[in-house]
Design a protein around this ligand. Structure first.
Ligand code: FAD
Length: 463
């Protein structure tokens, strides 16, 4: 797992069962929450055989792709694993007709990605055709392009221009609990197609491929901001202004990522189909505001840079670094545009009152709103519990800011009080019915996922 805390298992009495990479700690290497046995699937047939095996032996089944999951959903103690990493097929379609659709429903320039394809491989593949994809962005683009990312919704810095991943998915192939390999799209199994687009990974079956709509590769502009502030009041003023302009940024197609606290703001944003002049007209007022507000030396570093394509922007920003082997719990909330519009000062104040760095993802608004559809290794259970308590209080502050708001299931707090409401909202009832239809025995269950409330916390026994 990328977040190695999910590899450990804590018994009720606080004893930890784990295999620490730090051998100097002197602990024996235990199994922890790593599955006992599994299938390294290289074909759809492997997946089908593994699903049938798990079903006939009543095994606690886990589906894992990259193991990037922040909620630990791709591992479980005592489980049987299906690993999809080696399903790496990629097919580019000049013309794509979804199964079951007439020839008049054709899409040009689509791409089918096997379940194990990672974003860096997908970006390379479409670049060869002069196209781009709405996809995940991280160091070396290692997130899976056709597993948990798309099952949770899939956001991207390009989402304000082209929607979420699920808005770009044309078709899935999936092995369901019976072992059947079926195609789900708007024409064939449309209910399952709907559920797979946001209903959560590891819940409805094993996705074996996803077909995406691609988009033309066009020049774009990147905007960058990096400022350190000795005065928390200055930081607050600059960040308040930064939050204030977000509805406008999203409407103009800007997406990106920023990180801030009481002493710094770092941001990198991108917009397709905009000229350098238009980008400067958007950003320079904020850059000037920040420089005028700051008495620090050096003053904030600000610039806009044109790139000839998404591919060169992504390669410049994301081709280095590594993000594995850390202990992470996240907490998050979706912040509605109207709250930012009506009270950006309150939003900023609340986020700055949460100690630590806030990661603010500007990946919604724009097209998205128009579419439907650490603790150290060796820490004791008490230290881990204390971290949970601290994070719960931070999440409670977000809940107070936006009561009843949702959270993005893929980047969320694993200990939400009401995961059904927080992750699925009013879609929950329909998702549950579709789950019952395709997985009546509850073979596919993940923590906090659709149907998980029927099971004990280990997801081994029905309540
Ligand atoms: C470094 C990093 C960067 C990220 N960047 C982004 C980003 O830019 N945008 C974004 O939206 N999210 C991002 N995320 C969150 C990411 O979407 C989730 O971590 C997601 O769950 C990863 O999916 P995966 O298939 O790669 O990982 P895994 O941990 O292998 O799987 C995650 C979940 O999906 C299920 N699953 C995996 N494969 C399948 C399959 N074939 N069929 C059915 N279920 C499956 C698993 O059972 C599990 O429940 C990022 C995460 C990390 C760690």
């Amino acid at each position: 797992m990328q977040s190695v805390n999910w590899e450990t298992f804590i018994f009720g009495n606080g004893t930890i069962d784990a295999c620490y990479s730090n051998t100097a700690l002197g602990f024996p290497c235990e199994q922890g929450s790593i599955p006992n046995i599994g299938v390294d699937a290289h074909s759809v047939e492997d997946v089908q055989a593994a699903v049938k095996f798990a079903s006939s032996h009543d095994l606690r089944l886990v589906v894992k792709n990259t193991g990037h999951d922040y909620l630990g959903r791709s591992t479980a103690r005592g489980s049987f694993l299906i690993w999809t990493h080696h399903l790496k097929n990629i097919t580019y379609h000049e013309t794509f007709v979804p199964a079951g659709a007439g020839p008049s429903t054709s899409h040009s320039n689509a791409i089918t990605l096997g379940a194990g394809v990672q974003w860096y491989e997908a970006y390379d593949a479409v670049e060869a055709h002069g196209r781009i994809l709405v996809g995940g962005l991280s160091a070396r683009a290692s997130v899976g392009a056709a597993g948990g990312w798309i099952s949770g919704g899939g956001h991207s810095a390009l989402s304000p221009s082209h929607g979420l991943g699920i808005d770009n998915a044309l078709q899935f192939t999936v092995v369901v609990a019976s072992g059947r390999h079926i195609t789900a799209n708007a024409h064939s199994h449309p209910d399952l197609f709907w559920a797979l687009r946001g209903g959560g990974g590891g819940t409805f079956g094993v996705i074996t491929s996803v077909t995406y709509q691609t988009h033309p590769s066009v020049p774009l502009v990147g905007a960058f901001f990096s400022g350190n502030f000795t005065s928390p009041e200055t930081a607050k003023g600059v960040i308040t202004e930064f939050i204030r302009i977000h509805p406008y940024l999203a409407g103009a197609g800007w997406g990106g990522y920023s990180f801030f606290d009481n002493s710094s703001l770092n941001a990198f944003y991108v917009a397709l189909n905009t000229s350098w002049e238009a980008a400067n007209a958007t950003w320079l007022p904020f850059f000037d505001f920040a420089r005028n507000a700051s008495t620090d030396s050096p003053s904030p570093q600000t610039f806009t840079v044109p790139f000839d394509s998404f591919f060169s922007w992504y390669r410049a920003l994301f081709s280095g670094g590594m993000q594995v082997g850390t202990n992470v719990y996240l907490g998050s909330r979706l912040i509605p545009t109207d709250l930012v519009e009506s009270d950006h000062a309150k939003v900023t104040e609340t986020l700055l009152a949460i100690d630590g760095v806030t990661s603010w993802h500007a990946i919604a608004g724009g097209e998205v709103s128009k579419r439907k559809a650490s603790s150290a290794e060796g820490a004791s259970a008490a230290v881990i519990d204390a971290a949970k308590v601290r994070l719960t209080s931070k999440v409670n502050k977000l809940e107070a800011l936006v009561p009843g708001a949702g959270a993005y299931f893929n980047e969320a707090f694993p200990f939400e009080k009401n995961p059904q409401r927080t992750f699925f909202g009013h879609h929950y009832g329909r998702l549950r019915l579709i789950k019952l239809q395709y997985d009546p025995k509850g073979l596919f269950v993940v923590a906090n996922g659709v149907g998980s409330e029927d099971w004990d916390p280990s997801l081994n026994c029905r309540r």
